[in-house]
Ligand binder design. Structure first.
Ligand SMILES: [Zn+2]
Length: 223
């Protein structure tokens, strides 16, 4: 069995794909790892299952408007992170369910992106965890292994692809800790691109300088 990747600096990693539920999930959980990869030429793609269309306390805004603002913010954050390709699947926020339709969509994205590493939510999480996060983690892992690999599964969703590993974040048993100190400034800049989700940039900056230096993943071999 091939050795697990040592971390984002492992030169065997050429491509990576982040699959998350909402705009700003990537910045919260794995933006440092993304920066450590893109800065030495790894192509990283983003897929968001929803556009966070309920992510506001202002009941006067329409969901379509919230989604438009948040997609734009995610694209600006991706730009800071060195990521050129962002796909929005536009499922309704807070309504994700495990379905074969979602699995096929994610198979299509995995086969198009051809990642060596899939970064997504760890579905083994505490009870108080956003249900969309749990669903995305579970369905993305099911899509990567074995569905995206097998030619008779969703044959219209592209050419089969075997993803080497998944790095799952937000779970209870991390096995890979990444120190992102050297890119922390950029990581915070990407998070601040989500202006609609930020009440005090100064307070966020202070908090993140103290707590966002280490990113934790559960590393899963999919080969
Ligand atoms: Zn989220």
């Amino acid at each position: 069995m091939p050795k697990l990747f040592s971390g984002p600096e492992d030169r065997r990693i050429k491509r990576a794909l982040c699959v998350v539920a909402h705009p700003d999930d990537i910045e919260f959980y794995c933006a440092g790892a993304v920066l450590l990869m893109t800065r030495h030429g790894v192509a990283v793609d983003f897929v968001l299952a929803t556009s966070g269309d309920k992510g506001t306390r202002d009941g006067g805004k329409s969901r379509a408007k919230v989604a438009r603002i948040r997609e734009r913010e995610q694209e600006m954050a991706a730009d800071v992170l060195g990521v050129k390709h962002v796909v929005f699947l536009r499922h309704p926020d807070a309504e994700l369910v495990e379905s074969l339709e979602l699995r096929e969509e994610l198979v299509r994205e995995i086969r198009a992106s051809k990642p060596d590493v899939l970064l997504t939510f760890d579905p083994n999480v505490p009870y108080r965890f956003h249900p969309d996060h749990r669903v995305v983690g579970r369905v993305a892992l099911d899509a990567a292994w074995p569905s995206a690999r097998d030619p008779l599964t969703f044959p219209k969703a592209g050419t089969p692809h075997e993803t080497a590993e998944a790095w799952c974040f937000g779970g209870l048993q991390p096995t890979l800790e990444i120190d992102v100190e050297e890119v922390l400034g950029k990581k915070i800049e990407a998070r601040l691109a989500h202006a609609s989700q930020t009440t005090s940039p100064a307070a966020l900056m202070r908090r993140w300088r103290a707590m966002a230096r280490i990113e934790k993943f559960h590393q899963v071999n999919l080969r």
